[in-house]
Ligand binder design. Structure first.
Ligand code: GFB
Length: 321
């Protein structure tokens, strides 16, 4: 059995790589980097798939970034992701790949949904938040295309929709990263200068979080699920970081927890309200995932942040920043 992991050197790719190292499946995986194959180039993708003959695909590769990267690059976020997804799906179909995991994100959901928490049926209900509409519409098209392939050919192309992910191997770039790695990196640099700690926005928006290792376990559980009926014509599956009621935090809650983890004096934190808040709330429910896989467990946000910070400090010289 041969499994392709696109985005093999991103946070989730490296996390899956780390998880399978001590298993008997490790030689079945091929982790693809953008240096080996430019997924926006159709001919490169088709040639790469013809060469390796994969049985499964875990499609994680995407043009991604936090709120501020999306605000700056909605054009490329749409065009690059549309090309990547179209090329991967065509290559999967042409090479007879019948099961795959395709990664979306909770930020593709409607800006003004009919209800909270949102569930899998609401992805296309109304327009996404304008801050990342390029990325959101490209990923919504991935959901549409996988559903069409499943209906037409009986494939099991499963879309998973994680809430905000964080963990080791993340991109800690101060400008383009997501909130947790961006804050962690900036707070760390500030701690070396004794100046005040800057957080962006008002701190009022709500977010949900999922630790990268928990998400990697969910992906592998679904991929190797032997109960094919459970996965037939499966709509997307939302993946949050908790078992019961959706747990969401304000950005300020997160900043306070992170300050405790990093042993920072909260009195020295100030909010730069010239920076956009982005989407105020995008609460989704895990209910379907827990019904399908009741034994899944989750890492608490405090533990996940502690593990991420320890990894960040230990690997500071080589991390993506
Ligand atoms: O993770 P993030 O950048 O993206 O979070 P989104 C942005 C929220 O965190 C905003 C606040 O409310 C920011 O004001 N924030 C506070 C910060 N300090 C910082 C900081 O230092 N850096 C950043 N980045 N934010 C993304 C989508 O939305 O969600 C992406 O744009 C992606 O497409 C991702 O899907 C999962 O959660 O707002």
């Amino acid at each position: 059995m041969k499994i392709l992991v696109t985005g093999g050197y991103g946070m989730m790719g490296r996390t899956i790589h780390s998880l399978i190292q001590n298993t008997n499946k490790k030689d079945n995986f091929i982790f693809l980097s953008r240096k080996e194959c430019d997924l926006t180039k159709r001919n490169e993708v088709l040639a790469y798939f013809r060469k390796y003959k994969f049985d499964y695909v875990i499609h994680l590769a995407a043009a991604v970034g936090g709120l501020y990267k999306n605000l700056d690059s909605n054009i490329n976020m749409f065009s690059d992701n549309i090309k990547i997804n179209e090329n991967i799906l065509e290559a999967c179909h042409l090479n007879g790949i019948k099961r795959g995991i395709f990664c979306l994100s909770s930020c593709i959901y409607p800006k003004n949904p009919s209800k909270f928490p949102m569930d899998e049926s609401m992805v296309h209900e109304s327009p996404p938040h304008p801050s990342n509409e390029g990325y959101a519409y490209a990923k919504r098209m991935l959901e549409l295309q996988t559903r069409q392939y499943n209906k037409t050919y009986g494939y099991q192309y499963i879309c998973v929709i994680p809430v905000n992910l964080y963990g080791p191997y993340d991109n800690f770039n101060l400008k383009d990263s997501h909130m947790i790695p961006g804050l962690m990196h900036r707070f760390y640099l500030t701690s070396l200068t004794g100046e005040k700690y800057e957080a962006y926005g008002t701190g009022k928006p709500y977010r949900q979080f999922l630790y990268s290792f928990d998400f990697a376990k969910i992906i592998l559980t679904i991929l190797f699920d032997k109960d094919t009926t459970r996965l037939q014509n499966t709509e997307p599956i939302i993946c949050c970081g908790d078992k019961n009621e959706p747990k969401e935090y304000t950005i300020k809650n997160i900043v306070d927890i992170l300050a405790d983890v990093m042993d920072i004096n909260k009195e020295l934190i100030y909010w730069n309200t010239n920076k956009s808040d982005g989407c105020m709330k995008k609460t989704v429910t895990n209910e379907k995932l827990i019904h399908m896989y009741p034994d899944i467990s989750f890492t608490s946000l405090e533990d996940g942040l502690q593990e991420t910070y320890s990894w960040f400090i230990d690997n500071f010289d080589t991390i993506r920043k």
